[in-house]
Design a binder for this molecule. Structure first.
Ligand code: GLU
Length: 523
């Protein structure tokens, strides 16, 4: 048996689409499951772009997720080049072979002629097929055209009496009547190849055994199958996988609909989070990095394990109930017959649940490194020595499972900054109301300032607060809320006594003073 070889063939678009990443992952998984090879090939025939620049974010997403490739950019391989822009000779040679065998033809029809033919077909209510007038030209005319360089394209000559049957690994048997297929251009006037042709020349030349790709390419498959045959190559197995839809919709996830996604109930939170986090990191906003792109998830602090888990479950399942899967578990169990036919909806809530799970699995040291990266980039700390690592570890422990994404550490800025940023609404509600300031002041004077540095622990602080509340017959809640706002500025966060310990004795006392002074100044 020949070794399984799969490929992913992205165009360098400047970003990696999350749905494209899922296609790439399925190809990777199938190759790895079978002990085969996974190839990256770059569809860069559109030369308007700066390929290197536009490819880098794509390769980065592969690296971030830990998906390696055996042949392709950066690693080379025996079937190169792996950039279509460097394979021109191979396409020209293949086109010439088909021309020589009469399986393709030079078409001199002008666009006006073709438009008129289409119009007639429409009026006669029949599908348009090429009239193939160029096939009737005599040799003298052809020679003259060749000599004068008359503009033309090369078309594949579709055998109209045939039926193409594909046994698609996902969709089962699919049939096409070739009598309905126009002759596709395989080579433009300037000698450059078109997608259907270049893809087959490459897939055949690279000995690809399984073409796993988005279902939108199913309609390209009959032409590709015919081209394979005309080149004397055997067909790979095709697997057309369902497209990834936007959350809660049946429409394909697309960057074109980005503006709409802001109001998509599930995406909304992601955009809002992006708008909070990305500017702090100097990464623009959630327009530049949005949830259609893999980079969004990376930059906002998701774990590769969570994203891989979510991608694997987009249209593939192990059984009815298993949701949490590591990459190696998926790899071990990945077979094409478990791919579903229905569109698979990206589900941010589920992804978030995967993230919670995989974050929970991380050793503290890894969490510390992940968070430190964000603190450094946001300028909240400027170095990460052992003492800082220990402190970040304590903040993470206090946050507990409130820390879902690495960027969540930025919500704990109050433990790293000198200044407190108050949530104004919370400040008004919890501190700046009549009975609270005198109470807070009294608690500070009678109790907090009397506690030694060595007794500044959650247990001790809690006991002092409870005893103060009992003595003065006040609700402990009043003080708890006030202390939280005074020391962290925020209405939510770790337990209040954890906050006081993290802020430290001296700073806690200072912050309470400032909060009280602020109330007075506002009065
Ligand atoms: N560059 C094509 C795409 O991104 C590749 C399609 C294929 O896999 O054949 O859609």
């Amino acid at each position: 048996m020949t070794a399984v070889r799969t490929r992913f063939a992205p165009s360098p678009t400047g970003y990696m689409h999350i749905g494209g990443m899922r296609t790439a992952l399925f190809n990777w998984l199938w190759a790895r499951h079978c002990g085969g090879e996974f190839i990256l090939r770059i569809d860069d025939t559109d030369r308007a772009r700066n390929v290197e620049e536009a490819l880098e974010p794509i390769l980065n997403s592969f690296r971030w997720l830990g998906l390696d490739w055996d042949e392709g950019p950066g690693v080379g391989g025996p079937h190169g080049p792996y950039f279509q822009s460097e394979r021109g000779d191979l396409y020209r040679e293949a086109a010439n072979r088909l021309l020589a065998k009469g399986l393709a033809y030079r078409d001199y029809a002008t666009s006006e002629e073709i438009a008129a033919d289409r119009e007639t077909a429409q009026q006669e209510k029949r599908p348009y097929l090429n009239i193939r007038r160029s096939l009737d030209l005599d040799q003298a005319t052809l020679d003259e055209y060749a000599e004068t360089g008359k503009p033309h394209v090369v078309r594949f000559l579709v055998p109209r009496d045939k039926t193409v049957v594909i046994d698609d690994a996902v969709r089962g048997n699919v049939e096409w009547n070739c009598g309905l297929l126009p002759d596709p251009v395989i080579q433009r006037g300037d000698g450059s190849p078109l997608y259907n042709f270049a893809t087959v020349v490459d897939d055949a030349g690279m000995e690809i055994t399984h073409v796993i790709r988005a279902e939108e390419h199913l309609s390209n498959t009959p032409i590709q199958a015919l081209i394979y045959e005309s080149l004397g190559e055997s067909l790979p197995t095709f697997a057309h996988i369902p497209f990834v839809t936007a959350p809660g919709t049946s429409k394909k996830l697309s960057k074109r609909d980005l503006a709409k996604y802001r109001n998509n109930p599930q995406f909304k939170k992601m955009f809002e989070r992006g708008d909070t986090v990305f500017p702090q990191l100097g990464l623009g906003d959630s327009e530049t990095l949005n949830p259609v792109m893999v980079a969004y998830y990376e930059k906002i602090g998701y774990l590769p394990a969570a994203v891989l888990n979510a991608l694997a479950r987009l249209g593939w399942s192990l059984d009815d109930k298993t949701e949490i899967l590591s990459l190696s578990e998926v790899k071990e169990n990945f077979t094409l017959d478990r791919i579903v036919k229905n569109p698979a909806g990206l589900d941010p809530d589920k992804l978030f649940a995967f993230q919670s799970h995989w974050m929970g699995e991380l050793p503290m040291d890894t969490k510390v490194s992940g968070c430190i990266d964000y603190l450094l980039r946001a300028g909240l700390i400027d170095s990460a020595d052992d003492q800082m690592r220990t402190f970040v570890g304590r903040v993470i422990a206090a946050l507990g499972d409130r820390l879902k994404l690495f960027s969540d550490i930025l919500d704990a800025a109050c433990f790293f900054k000198d200044e407190v940023e108050y949530d104004e609404k919370a400040f008004k509600k919890r501190i700046a109301k009549e009975s609270v300031p005198p109470l807070l002041k009294q608690f500070q004077q009678e109790r907090l300032s009397a506690i030694d540095e060595s007794d500044w622990t959650t247990e001790h602080l809690e006991a002092e607060l409870q005893s103060f509340a009992t003595t003065h017959e006040v609700s402990p809640g009043l003080l708890i809320h006030a202390l939280r706002i005074a020391t962290t500025g925020q209405p939510v966060g770790p337990g209040v006594f954890d906050c006081l310990v993290l802020v430290g004795r001296e700073k806690t006392l200072e912050r309470i003073e400032s909060a009280l002074a602020r109330v007075e100044a506002q009065a």
